[in-house]
Design a protein around this ligand. Structure first.
Ligand code: F6R
Length: 606
């Protein structure tokens, strides 16, 4: 995820900014850059690779000045390279950016017609050009910045410098940006850890806020130019806490980051007006010739594949086969050249998934990967790749990668459906409307965290858990059980609810919590019968559903009513309380949540 830092004060900016960038390294990045203002000129340095490379190039005393910006880039548009690294400059305007500008193609086209030339493949570069465009029309620098912000669609956290005036501007919409208030000096940063060693007083900018740093003072306006006030918060965070954004563990932070991770994954891809999904990055052969879709992965990513099978088959009416990568590679799967093989991987480095992809390629299938890490083996070696924009996932237990994978699979279904002619623009538009509501609904679920923690306290001493769900909720409960066992070390098993009578029912007694995921859909009544069977054996039910049903609710041990959505998207919502339940149980038991025993974040061996 890109990182932004800025400085305006009385000390040399270069060392301060490089140090701040290093403190943001944990977010992951592929290139870095810096801009230092000094007496009407701005010096820019950019490097592909590590911050240390940039440091070697700029910390030799030549980048002198007390005002500046720096950036670490996690590529989304354009490969990791020096030319795509930030800052980007047009005329006298220099910009660093985190987020995605959705309408950059249209803006770039118009600016090119006016004679602007572009040097990078990024969406960001349109921003300084647009500011220059407005300044050329006679606007002041600040008015040009405001006019530009109003034209940008998508998300941004921005740091902007003007070579001719000693002004630093920070602005944000849907991407985080904070202002650090020091003694006669100010900082900007994407995240508190960058500057927590310099100040513990922060202004948390809100969407459409614009902060202007001039003569060592700051004033805040909105994009209409009206003055606004924001409180200065004093935090008591340690370094480690700041890195985790104040959360106790990365896993919890990542669970709470999911609304934003999904918004970023959708950005630039959903074209609501046209009723279209734009995956400009993929180059599939004739989709009408697809004979069969394979979905192959490991662990949590495999659960996303199982959900994908439901999403694709119900809407595309193409047969989908899911397989665990370590199984696929050692049997003789009947793969043909008209098959599409989708591999799903957060890390892009899982050995079995890489091997399965190679195997399918050898057999002539077209390979498409859904991946979170740019430059990873799976991202590089697949015929096409769609990135989940979840940002780096640091906790070993996968959370935000999973929900962004499902979001990509859902968009891919719409993309293929339109090309196959089974969905028209209106169908796609209706589906887009539903997925756009997910981040907000997810936020509502996250607000239930205290009551889920209470439930965790109630069941934390149980030795075994059973998880049950039908249809698309079966992979969701598999994921819920996996989360619980891997971080709390409690034995948890998941079954398709219809399978209960075929064996697991023997386990049920008053010691056994049974977690049901059962929104009110076509299989709800069937699952209610399974709940009756558990109740009559004095099992304890924890139910996650989406509608009130007193008949059942008064007889279960605990229940949670989640926001509703369409069938295909229910897993994205219902997995969140399962992640939280696992997290809180593990935390109460005192396990090493972020690095559970025996597990590694990326399984690069068989
Ligand atoms: C579980 C988990 C693992 C991974 C699996 C695949 O929380 O994280 O099960 O999902 O090792 O990893 P990727 O997605 O990196 O291929």
């Amino acid at each position: 995820m890109c990182g932004i830092v800025g400085y305006s004060g009385n000390s040399e900016a270069c060392d301060i900014l490089i140090e701040a960038l290093k403190r943001l390294e944990y977010r992951g990045y592929d290139s870095a850059g810096i801009a230092i203002w000094d007496k009407g000129t701005i010096k820019i340095g950019r490097k592909k690779g590590k911050v240390d490379e940039l440091k070697k190039a700029v910390c030799d005393g030549t980048f002198r000045g007390k005002l500046g910006l720096a950036h670490t880039r996690w590529a989304t548009h354009g490969t990791p390279s020096e030319k795509n690294a930030h800052p980007h400059k047009a005329g006298h305007v220099v910009v660093v950016h985190n987020g995605i500008i959705e309408n950059y193609i249209e803006l770039k086209k118009d600016l090119k017609k006016e004679g602007h030339t572009f040097l990078s493949d990024t969406d960001t570069e349109v921003i300084p050009h647009l500011i220059v465009h407005y300044m050329d029309k006679g606007n002041t620098f600040l008015d040009a910045v405001r006019a530009t912000l109003k034209e940008l669609k998508g998300s941004y956290a921005l740091g902007i410098l003007n070579e001719k005036e000693r002004i630093l501007v920070a602005a944000k919409k849907e991407s985080p940006l904070i202002v650090g208030v020091g003694n006669g000096e100010y900082f900007i940063a994407s995240d508190a850890p960058a500057i927590i060693n310099r100040t513990n007083r922060f202004i948390f900018l809100e969407d459409n806020d614009v902060a202007i740093f001039k003569n060592n003072t700051v004033r805040l306006i909105n994009t209409d130019g009206e003055k606004i006030e924001r409180k200065i918060h004093q935090v008591q965070w340690s370094d480690a806490m700041a890195e985790k954004g104040g959360y106790k563990h990365f896993m919890l932070k990542e669970i709470f980051e999911q609304p934003r991770a999904i918004s970023e994954t959708l950005l630039g891809r959903i074209k609501e007006e046209k009723g279209e999904i734009d995956f400009e990055e993929i180059n599939l052969p004739d989709v009408k010739k697809i004979n069969k879709i394979w979905m192959v992965a490991c662990g949590t990513s495999y659960h996303a594949c199982m959900i994908g099978k439901h999403i694709f088959e119900a809407n595309l009416r193409i047969p989908v086969e899911t397989d665990i990568a370590s199984e696929f590679r050692y049997r003789e799967p009947i793969v043909s050249k008209n098959d599409l093989l989708i591999v799903v991987s957060q890390s892009g480095e899982t050995a079995d998934t890489i091997a399965a992809m190679k195997e399918a390629k050898k057999k002539g299938a077209y390979t498409l990967s859904i991946c979170n890490v740019l430059g990873s083996t799976i991202a590089r070696d697949a015929d096409s790749v769609i990135f989940t924009h979840a940002g780096p996932e640091i906790g070993v237990a996968s959370t935000k990668a999973f929900t962004t994978q499902i979001s990509v699979i859902f968009m891919l279904m719409l993309y293929l459906g339109k090309r196959l002619g089974v969905l028209d623009s209106q169908d796609v538009r209706n589906h887009i409307l539903e997925i756009k509501k997910i981040p907000h609904k997810m936020q509502n679920i996250l607000e239930m965290a205290p009551s889920i923690e209470e439930a965790a306290r109630k069941y934390m001493q149980c030795k075994d858990f059973l998880y049950l769900g039908r249809g698309i909720h079966f992979p969701t409960v598999l994921e819920g059980a996996l989360k619980l066992k891997e971080i709390s070390y409690i034995h948890a098993e998941a079954y398709a609810a219809g399978e209960m009578k075929h064996g697991p029912i023997a386990l049920i007694d008053e010691q056994m919590p049974v977690v049901f995921v059962s929104p009110v859909d076509q299989t709800y009544k069937k699952t209610c019968s399974n709940m009756e069977e558990v109740i009559s054996r004095r099992g304890k039910i924890i139910l996650f559903t989406d509608k009130e049903d007193q008949e059942i609710h008064q007889r279960v041990d605990s229940y949670f009513v989640l926001p509703d959505t369409i069938y295909e998207l229910q897993p994205v919502l219902s997995v969140v309380p399962l992640q939280l339940l696992a997290y809180y149980i593990a935390n109460l038991l005192g396990t090493d949540v972020d690095q559970p025993r025996n597990l590694a974040k990326s399984v690069t061996v068989e």
